[in-house]
Design a protein around this ligand. Structure first.
Ligand code: ADP
Ligand code: 5GP
Length: 178
């Protein structure tokens, strides 16, 4: 099974998927490649941080399941290599989610939304994103949200984090073929 977790920047996707794979060992988290700079608060292995030349070489080699350009940088999911008994989790924006749904219509798409735009902004600022990046992400969210909502199998409001994680684990468990 492929589980796509999508939603606007700062909604909590990264925090949620880390908890999902921690709680459910059957979930295998794909590590994306990006050309954006690492945030000071971010660990070295949050992404494969790379440059444009290497990213474009991998595109040419057909090494991505999906990739996109988002606010001036490349992001992509390398062709996954999970154990056979594991489900793949992709934490990606909506253009990538659309690509995955086209390739794998049976993929489960969970679209995470914030309780309000104000709370999303608080989370982005709290994470230490610079002011111009916060504004760009909020603007992008206005475009992404209607597309994501229309594409989603489930829309999850990330208000209380623990409740969100429980809800998503239940949705994933229910979607597994018995
Ligand atoms: P995304 O991956 O969607 O860009 P992050 O996982 O980086 O978002 O989360 C953005 C910030 O919001 C982080 O500082 C995270 O700790 C915080 N956060 C995530 N979920 C919640 C929540 N339910 N309530 C309050 N803060 C949250
Ligand atoms: P950030 O810069 O905040 O880490 O990520 C920006 C956006 O890119 C987020 O919506 C995140 O989910 C998305 N993203 C991260 N990795 C990938 C990827 O491999 N493919 C796509 N399409 N989007 C990604």
């Amino acid at each position: 099974m492929i589980v796509v977790v999508s939603g606007p920047g700062g909604v909590g996707k990264g925090t949620i998927v880390d908890a999902l794979v921690h709680r459910d060992p059957r979930l295998w988290l794909s590590r994306s490649w990006t050309t954006r700079e690492r945030r000071p608060s971010e660990s070295d292995d949050a992404y494969v941080f790379t440059d444009t030349e290497r990213f474009e070489r991998r595109i040419a080699e057909g090494g991505f399941l999906e990739w996109t350009e988002f606010l001036g940088n490349y992001y992509g999911s390398p062709t996954p290599s999970p154990h056979t008994d594991q489900d793949v989790v992709l934490e990606i924006e909506v253009d990538g989610a659309q690509q995955v749904k086209r390739l794998y219509p049976e993929a489960l798409l969970l679209f995470v939304v914030p309780p309000s735009r104000e709370e999303q902004e608080r989370r982005l600022r709290g994470r230490g994103d610079p002011g111009d990046k916060v504004l760009a992400r909020l603007k992008k969210a206005e475009i992404e949200e209607p597309i994501g909502r229309a594409l989603a199998d489930h829309i999850v409001v990330n208000d209380d984090l623990d409740a969100t994680i429980d809800e998503m684990l239940e949705i994933i468990a229910a979607a597994r073929p018995s």
